[in-house]
Write a protein that binds this ligand. Structure first.
Ligand SMILES: [Zn+2]
Length: 58
């Protein structure tokens, strides 16, 4: 029996301008394309900006 959530992975979200990793979130690896963009607020840029995923959490 397949466990619920087995395809969920943790990813970081990095600001596309200053490259700060501002968020960690979980996505469904099976459904999410590689080029995934989240509109999030960046504390460094002080505005809402595109964040790209990174699998590096450090
Ligand atoms: Zn930024």
């Amino acid at each position: 029996m397949a466990k619920k959530g087995e395809h969920r992975i943790k990813i970081g979200l990095v600001c596309s301008a200053c490259k700060s990793r501002n968020y960690i979130t979980e996505i469904n690896k099976m459904e999410s394309p590689d080029k995934i963009i989240f509109k999030k607020f960046c504390n460094h840029c002080r505005k809402v900006i595109d964040h790209k995923k990174t699998e590096k959490l450090k």
